[in-house]
Design a protein around this ligand. Structure first.
Ligand code: DX5
Ligand code: ZN
Length: 235
């Protein structure tokens, strides 16, 4: 059955002084996930949010809490984020050896959470190979991680298609593909047509004059492109 593209607003771009209202707004507007960008000042230069915020967020929303760990030591921190209420834990392949990546995914699954693995723009897609048969989601970064409000890196849609092909080849038909960075009304159709299922939006939603409308506009534009691509593929 056709699953519409889902939007995962990144609260890094939200109004921290009115976070509760922003969460209620994205929930009412039809967001699928809430995306939480955890940065440690080492894996990326920026330092953002962590466990205490996730705990309060989880208590305040029924949205899927999608935790994007941009940190050097995910194996140490995964249990903290699971205890705080993460529904989906997203680790970067670059922060782990292949064996550690396998271990991280197993740790997340054993705790009953969904596991995702993320790729920076220059990391070969093959870095996901050790776990691509069992991932719930792969995250293709379309900017260098670290900051919201950057421009989409052209060609990221080709990486989405490559990840989709590798997941299919590994027999993982249910794996979602998420894209993160510079996604808005213009870029969402590109990645959705290439096979993206979940689109992270920071500035395109929260910095828009009407954030709820922006969320719905990006989602609709992505869905139109995805349906057209699917129809083209079947023709
Ligand atoms: C970047 C973060 C993104 C970012 C998205 O490192 O992972 O989630 O906040 O923001 P926009 O959509 O503004 O690029
Ligand atoms: Zn992110």
């Amino acid at each position: 059955m056709y699953q519409p593209v889902r939007i995962a607003p990144s609260i890094l771009s939200a109004d921290f002084m009115n976070l509760g209202a922003d969460i209620a707004m994205i929930e009412a507007a039809g967001a699928g996930f809430v995306h939480i960008d955890v940065m440690d000042g080492h894996f990326v230069p920026n330092l953002t949010m962590g466990v205490p915020l996730l705990k309060q967020l989880k208590a305040a929303t029924s949205l899927v809490c999608d935790v994007h760990l941009m940190i050097d030591n995910p194996l140490t921190e995964i249990p903290w984020f699971i205890d705080a209420g993460a529904d989906l834990v997203n680790v970067h392949a670059e922060a782990l050896t292949a064996d550690e990546l396998v271990c991280a995914v197993a740790m997340i699954h054993e705790a009953g959470c969904k596991a995702a693995a993320a790729l920076k723009p220059k990391t070969p897609v093959s870095a996901l190979d050790p776990v691509i048969d069992r991932l719930d989601m792969a995250l293709v970064m379309s900017v260098e991680p670290g900051f919201s409000g950057q421009s989409y890196i052209a060609g990221s849609d080709r990486r989405v298609a490559e990840v989709a092909a590798r997941a299919r080849a590994a027999g993982n038909e249910s794996m979602l593909i998420q894209v993160d960075g510079g996604i808005g009304e213009v870029t969402a159709p590109l990645v959705a047509a290439a096979g993206a299922d979940v689109l992270v939006c920071g500035n395109a939603v929260f910095k828009a004059p009407d954030p709820a409308l922006a969320l719905q506009t990006v989602q609709a534009a992505a869905d139109v492109a995805r349906l057209a691509a699917l129809a083209g593929g079947e023709a």
